[in-house]
Ligand binder design. Structure first.
Ligand SMILES: N=c1c2ncn([C@@H]3O[C@H](COP(=O)(O)OP(=O)(O)OP(=O)(O)O)[C@@H](O)[C@H]3O)c2ncn1[C@@H]1O[C@H](COP(=O)(O)O)[C@@H](O)[C@H]1O
Length: 104
């Protein structure tokens, strides 16, 4: 089964390709600010689809968001693995418990 780990590996590999051949490389060459802006645009498109779009558009926009998230992480040198580990550490308590602990 294809996973986000597989896509993160593709993004890592394409970082070394030429910008003419690779859209990923062309984004990375423009730097973190550009990658962050692209991620934000895709997030807004998903927000709109999520609120009022059909199932197909939610699926397509979610895929764009995940791809652009991986490119943004790569542009900032943040390993996708480390984000997964951060999520794993949060499985020890529920979101409600975490929020209550912050307020205490
Ligand atoms: N999953 C994706 C993926 N999802 C979305 N996109 C691109 O993200 C862009 C988002 O849509 P926009 O309408 O904002 O695009 P745009 O206006 O053409 O973008 P800009 O010119 O503004 O940058 C589109 O160009 C999509 O093709 C992706 N591009 C690449 N991948 C994966 O990355 C791999 C490597 O791609 P290359 O780096 O191009 O070889 C591919 O084989 C795919 O697996």
């Amino acid at each position: 089964m294809f996973t986000l780990d597989d896509l993160a590996e593709i993004v890592d590999r394409r970082a070394d390709a030429s910008a003419e051949k690779s859209y990923t490389r062309s984004l990375l060459e423009k730097g973190p600010t550009h990658c962050a802006r692209k991620f934000g645009e895709e997030a807004i498109e998903l927000t709109i689809a999520g609120a009022a779009g059909g199932e197909d558009s939610v699926r397509a926009e979610a895929a764009d968001v995940l791809y652009h998230l991986l490119v943004l992480l790569r542009s900032r040198g943040v390993a996708f693995d480390s984000v997964v580990r951060e999520l794993e550490s949060r499985t020890r308590q529920s979101g409600h418990e975490e929020k209550a602990a912050r307020k205490a």
